[in-house]
Structures are given as C-alpha cells and as structure tokens.
Design a protein around this ligand. Structure first.
Ligand code: 9YT
Length: 133
C-alpha cells in the first residue's frame, strides 16, 4: 500500500507549474508506482486561457472547485463546468479551459504520466514508457 499527502508532494519534482504560471499540478500517483494510471491534483488560475491536447493519453477530470468553460476544439462544443463536473477525453480531443474562478481538479491519466513530460507547443505530452519500481 502507498499512502501520500499532497503536503509531502508540494515543492518536490512531482509539483509541476506551467511555464506561463497558469496551472500547477501535484502528481500524486505516477507511472513509476506501477498501477496503470497516474493521478494528479491540478489548479488553474482564473481568467486564463489554457489549450491542452493529450494525443497519447486518455484523461478523466473531476472538478472539485471553480467554474468556467471547456471548449472541445475538435467538435466545436462548449460546456459550462462547475463543482462536481467531470469530463472524459476518450477521443484525445483538443480542448481549451477558461476558468472564471480558480479551478481545482482531480485528473486521472491512462497510460500513466511518468512525471518527465513537458508540454510542447501544442500542449501534447509524449508517450514515455517507464519500468515500474
Ligand atoms: C486539467 C488537466 O488537464 N490537468 C492535467 C494534468 C496537468 N496538466 C499535469 O499534471 O501536467
């Protein structure tokens, strides 16, 4: 069994802030934990525009706090999100998140993020395989 708190992740290399400072993600479970998914707590600042595209990963996001809009850029659809909203990127959709208030969300990735990923200019994470251990 693994037991962790976000407090012990804060300030470590599992605590990642985007170059533009718009979002911060605490990666609670990573590929190296060997369980087939990664699990993150992400916060996104209000009044920011954030484009993401996870070409190699499926992601589920559950919004704990905050409100804003989610745009599915592949299908030209706009969704209003609030506490309790969930979105599942089962089609690797390009998307844009625009929080009106600070969003705090819990995110699950399959396959797991390893922790070494950095966004390229399209917001894509490469697929990095890592041995469990
Ligand atoms: C909102 C969202 O897509 N969060 C994903 C996780 C975060 N961008 C990270 O850990 O890199």
């Amino acid at each position: 069994m693994i037991v962790r708190s976000t407090a012990e992740i804060t300030g470590t290399d599992r605590d990642v802030t985007s170059d533009d400072g718009n979002w911060r993600s605490k990666r609670i479970v990573l590929g190296g934990d060997g369980v087939g998914f990664s699990f993150h707590e992400t916060t996104i600042e209000p009044n920011t525009v954030n484009k993401f595209h996870y070409a190699n990963h499926v992601e589920a996001v559950w919004l704990v706090e905050g409100e804003g809009t989610l745009t599915d850029l592949d299908n030209d659809k706009v969704y209003e999100l609030g506490p309790g909203s969930m979105y599942l990127l089962d089609g690797h959709e390009r998307h844009r998140l625009e929080p009106r208030t600070r969003m705090r969300m819990l995110c699950v990735f399959n396959p797991p993020v390893t922790g070494r990923e950095v966004h390229d200019e399209n917001g894509v994470y490469p697929l990095i395989e890592v041995a469990a251990g």
